[in-house]
Write a protein that binds this ligand. Structure first.
Ligand SMILES: Cc1cc2nc3c(=O)[nH]c(=O)nc-3n(C[C@H](O)[C@H](O)[C@H](O)COP(=O)(O)OP(=O)(O)OC[C@H]3O[C@@H](n4cnc5c(N)ncnc54)[C@H](O)[C@@H]3O)c2cc1C
Length: 504
């Protein structure tokens, strides 16, 4: 495949980490006959994309919904044989301070009509806002399909995309005079990006909400673990290799290019091409000899801000959802929708009124748990730093207190009683995510997509951020940002770039 000297059975590409990005990169490479070796520190593939069992329940670790046509179409590939269930509605929003109870349907028209009906007089601004979102979405699609893009066409056809390129979401909402009451109903998806609407890159936000609302969302049968095992199977069937319990402790470099990795066990594997599913923070901070890391690489990682994390309460309930009164799949519950204040509250795990995003798996997939039972998982954003002050002996109690608060908040807002039906309960904090996936500082989302560091600046800066020949990044910390679809498809991009480099 390439002119570099490698022994016949040695890997041509090493992929560090088998999160969705790493798996997708390895799949794309092995499909083309390239010898790929995936090294994964855990004993399972998938990173966050996994499941776990307690009692008679198999819990989804992370995925609330897979939104967007591109990721869905990609996974419909025959190699994977996945079965999908459609998520029934966009969300039910419960704002406890003003009593808002709003069911948001999928479909741009249906969604807009529901907002316009709930907020009289908002028709013009809502339609204008959704139109600009659509243009951003279409422009991203054009950019994804056309490299390099035609600047004249971009200006002509996607003028609003160019005009809003440096804007944050609130600025566009102000420009179209979107009433506060309508913003309250449109903004809940902010928690999927984890950045307040006065700070988040509008184009990224717009493209995200448009793709969820326009296309709808899905979950796979068999939890997101099904994604990971399907990839793993397809990689090995195509001749690739995955080694588990294989933690990379060193990424070896010389004269500005990578030349292999060393494992915790001391074994060294020589290889001229590496795709890292592990964050640049970890790679430049811990894996590469500091004497070899250019100062610009440190500047780059220090300029970026790691995103937030989550606290999750996984509940296996001993009654079916009808009996429990759990009518919906996705619940967004918050005191209000002032996203700046909600972000502030992430720093305090004692805040009595956080925002929670809760899903009832059975509402999308009746067979998600044994008959007569229900799986409910309550997720709240949290700043990893909010967990730093806990004495190890107090950690179980701190988790219990936060879980208790979230369960009470859910019961109060929905008027349901679930506590007496809890058969299984498990919790996950930033510490848990860090332990299982080695996520930097327990961060679940990669780097925050502020306007200066949104997808467009990242893609444009990509070549300038190549500090070592032969090294590509993929996953939630790479240029497409985080989420299942983006992390996964960034693996495809990393594979394409690796192949181009091998052939150059
Ligand atoms: C609770 C929760 C809910 C979420 N909900 C959604 C949702 O509804 N929709 C959505 O789109 N996204 C959601 N996400 C985000 C999504 O899960 C992530 O963005 C995505 O899975 C990240 O994939 P990744 O490719 O970055 O790999 P990761 O999942 O970060 O995996 C990295 C892998 O690398 C391995 N690794 C690390 N260090 C080493 C090393 N030194 N050597 C070898 N292996 C190593 C790890 O063990 C891990 O397997 C959620 C996440 C969480 C935690």
């Amino acid at each position: 495949m390439n002119s570099e000297t490698v022994a016949d059975d040695s890997p041509e590409v090493v992929v560090i980490g088998s999160g969705l990005g790493g798996l997708c990169a390895a799949y794309e490479l092995s499909k083309k006959g390239i010898r790929v070796l995936v090294l994964e520190r855990h004993n399972l593939p998938g990173g966050f994309s996994t499941s776990f069992v307690r009692g008679r329940f198999e819990f989804e670790t992370s995925l609330h919904e897979l939104g967007g046509a591109s990721a869905y179409e990609y996974l419909k590939n025959d190699d994977f044989q996945l079965e999908f269930k459609k998520v029934p509605e966009a969300y039910r929003l419960l704002l406890t301070e003003n009593g808002t109870d709003f069911l948001a349907p999928f479909g741009i028209k249906e969604f807009s009509d529901a907002i316009i009906k709930a907020v009289p007089g908002s028709e013009g601004p809502v339609k204008d806002f959704m139109k600009v979102c659509e243009e951003s979405f279409n422009a991203f699609t054009y950019l994804g399909d056309n490299s390099p893009p035609d600047p004249r066409l971009l200006f002509k056809k996607y003028g609003n995309f160019i005009r809003t390129g440096a804007a944050v979401t609130d600025e566009v909402a102000d420009a179209v005079k979107l009433p506060q009451a309508a913003r309250d109903l449109i903004y809940p998806y902010w928690c999927y990006l984890g950045v307040a609407t006065d700070k988040v890159s509008f184009s990224l936000w717009a493209s995200m909400i448009y793709s969820y609302l326009n296309f709808g969302a899905y979950i796979p049968k068999g939890r997101s673990h099904a994604f990971s095992v399907s990839f793993a199977r397809a990689i090995t069937e195509a001749g690739g290799e995955i080694r588990y319990n294989a933690e990379v402790s060193k990424l070896n470099t010389a004269e500005g290019r990578v030349n292999g990795v060393t494992l915790n066990s001391g074994e060294t594997i020589n290889c001229p091409h590496i795709v890292s599913n592990v964050s640049p923070h970890h790679v430049f901070g811990n894996l590469i000899d500091p004497a070899q890391v250019p100062s610009k690489a440190y500047k780059m990682v220090n300029a970026r801000k790691p995103g937030f994390s989550f606290f999750v309460v996984f509940l296996g309930l001993d009654a079916d959802r009808e009996t429990l009164g759990l009518t919906d799949y996705s619940y967004f519950i918050a005191p209000h929708m002032d996203t700046t204040r909600l972000v502030e509250s992430l720093k305090n795990r004692h805040d009595p009124n956080p925002m929670q995003a809760t899903i009832c798996l059975n509402a999308a997939d009746e067979s998600a748990s044994p008959q007569g039972t229900t799986i409910l998982s309550i997720t709240a954003g949290t700043d990893p730093k909010a967990w730093e002050d806990i004495d190890p002996w107090d950690y179980p109690r701190a988790k219990e207190e936060f879980a208790d608060l979230l369960i009470r908040q859910f019961e109060k807002a929905t008027g349901t009683e679930i506590r007496s039906h809890i058969e299984e309960i498990e919790t996950a904090s930033p510490e848990t995510f860090s332990r299982y996936t080695a996520a930097w500082d327990g961060t679940v989302y990669g780097y925050e997509p502020a306007p200066w560091d949104g997808i467009i600046p990242r893609v444009l800066a990509d070549n300038k951020e190549r500090f070592f020949k032969g090294l590509q990044f993929c996953g939630g910390n790479a240029s497409r940002t985080y989420g299942f679809g983006s992390s996964m498809l960034s693996g495809k991009t990393a594979a394409e770039k690796t192949i181009a480099e091998m052939n150059s």
